[in-house]
Design a protein around this ligand. Structure first.
Ligand code: DGT
Ligand code: CA
Ligand code: CA
Length: 496
């Protein structure tokens, strides 16, 4: 059975969770989490790497003993250490850690005192009112847990960036109309332009928080007020999207924006640099002792740790700090660099508009050219295997491999294409791979864009438009290209 990177990540994360519940050393727990994350973001299949005798301990954050564990998982699909631990700590307990108010210590108490092993046990106990009787937990925690358990039954999921964009636009203008509000900005994964968004983070600068909070919870689309305070409130909208709103004073604006833009790992890395310069960096500013020495703008925050400004799309702890230190950040591609769209459809295939109409629309985009593809059944979206893709690339008429992995966000994952091999083949054959800008595809993804760049394979940014209006979706492709560190020269349709 092939072992995927997600299997390794899952095993290591569960191990970290259970160790934490089992009172293990916090440093050890963190080390496992870090490695799990590293594996998750690796574009290459680690099991293949192991099979080829590759050296794991040269990967970031992976030492010799960690490499042994990964090798064991890659070769056997399991980890003995985890199996042993599960004899004492049931692995379902790790799921409870994501619930509000449940620290590892509390999960342990629930297990020891009430025999709670999983969500079902927890729900039953909360329903009976047993949780509030435990020392240190109380009625409020119990109610929160019940609400949260119900919510996750209703099926919580990440929304696509394009959906969130629509929802955010109207909320943003609504909030801006509040008296006394200076700035309203969107932060979090939304600002980093992740393909999907877990919840929306909004930052407001104003003197007094109460008026904007009152207005926020009164928004038409609010289905449930999860919490309301003067500096922080959370609501759930009818669309299912959760929104966090935070109010900060003007002097902290940049520091707060930096903090709440994340990613968390990026923040941690920046904060570490601060510590080495005896600075404290948090959402209120950059401090030397008790003095706030910066924080009005994000640039100020970076400046204090001797870094140039880093674009939000790069803030994923994928090497951007190191690149910034060496003054080697990429000059990221923008929408205006593109001179054409290389994958569209007209009425001649299954498009909605005529060739003439598509051409007009392309001209309105400011494009110099447009490629209309005739799509006989040449749709590689289904269960195409790597071999099939490679064969297709051998065809001399093949230039660009469209939506290479076939993923559909929220519907189906990528099919089993070995992207690294496909990129290698593309390099050998002088072909290109596509970054499909359809909001539910975004395929290749950001991590693969970066890999392509590193491997010297150029990409095409296209919309796969079937209508004139969807030519606009190109910007979602640009977002992912930027997250993948692409510069104009890495993309073929920046050329004349
Ligand atoms: P999402 O919502 O899952 O799509 O991803 P994010 O990145 O928007 O995550 P979220 O909403 O939990 O938090 C927003 C930002 O707040 C996050 O990117 C960084 C910051 N943040 C949240 N929790 C922590 C934390 O414990 N430490 C640090 N340093 N930053 C945090
Ligand atoms: Ca968020
Ligand atoms: Ca949030």
């Amino acid at each position: 059975m092939p072992v995927h990177n997600t299997d390794i990540t899952r095993i290591l994360s569960t191990l970290a969770d259970l160790l934490e519940i089992d009172h293990a050393n916090a440093f050890r727990v963190r080390a496992y989490r870090e490695v799990a994350r590293t594996v998750e973001s690796l574009p290459r299949n680690v099991a293949d790497l192991v099979a080829e005798g590759g050296k794991l301990d040269q990967l970031p954050a992976i030492g010799a003993s960690m490499a042994d564990k990964i090798r064991e998982i890659a070769e056997t699909g399991t980890l003995q250490q985890l199996e042993d631990l599960q004899q004492r700590v049931p692995s379902e307990l790790s799921e409870l850690l994501s619930l509000p108010g449940l620290s590892p210590k509390r999960v342990r108490t629930l297990h020891d005192e009430l025999g709670i092993d999983d969500r079902d046990d927890l729900q039953a106990a909360a329903g009976r009112g047993d949780i509030q009787k435990l020392e240190g937990l109380g009625l409020k925690t119990e109610q929160k847990l019940l609400a949260e358990l119900k919510k996750s039954q209703d099926g919580e999921k990440r929304l696509r960036l394009a959906e969130v964009e629509e929802i955010a636009a109207s909320l943003l203008s609504y909030l801006q109309q509040t008296d006394g509000v200076k700035r309203v900005v969107l932060a979090g994964s939304y600002r980093r332009r992740r393909a999907t968004v877990g919840d929306l983070d909004i930052l407001v600068t104003c003197k007094r928080g109460t008026p904007v909070m009152d207005r926020f919870v009164a928004y038409d689309e609010v289905q449930e007020v999860v919490s309301q305070g003067t500096t922080r409130s959370t609501v759930r909208l009818r669309s299912g999207l959760q929104v966090d709103l935070r109010v900060v004073p003007q002097v902290s604006c940049g520091a707060a924006l930096h903090y709440f833009t994340g990613s968390k790992q990026h923040n941690i890395a920046v904060r570490k640099l601060g510590v080495s310069k005896k600075l404290k960096i948090n959402e209120y500013g950059v401090f030397r002792g008790d003095d706030r020495i910066a924080g009005r703008t994000e640039e100020e925050v970076y400046e204090q740790v001797d870094l140039p400004y880093i674009a939000p799309e790069l803030r994923e702890a994928r090497g951007e700090i190191e690149a910034a230190r060496e003054d080697a950040l990429p000059g990221l591609i923008t929408r205006d660099d593109l001179r054409g769209d290389l994958h569209c459809h007209s009425k001649a295939s299954d498009g909605k508009h005529t060739l003439q109409e598509m051409a007009e629309a392309a001209r309105q985009q400011g494009y110099e050219y447009l490629a209309i593809t005739i799509h006989s059944k040449f749709d590689l979206s289904a269960q195409q295997q790597t071999q099939r893709v490679l064969r297709a690339m051998d065809n001399p008429h093949m230039n660009i491999l469209a939506h290479p992995t076939g993923r559909m966000l929220g519907k189906r994952g990528p099919h089993n294409l070995d992207v690294e091999r496909a990129l290698q083949a593309a390099r050998e054959r002088g072909c290109f791979l596509e970054v499909n800008a359809q909001p539910d595809r975004l395929d290749l993804n950001d991590v693969h864009c970066k890999l392509a760049k590193e491997m010297g394979v150029k990409l095409a940014l296209s919309t796969d438009s079937h209508t004139t209006s969807s030519l606009d979706s190109i910007r979602y492709g640009v977002d992912q290209a930027r997250r993948g560190w692409l510069e104009p020269d890495d993309v073929i349709n920046t050329r004349t």
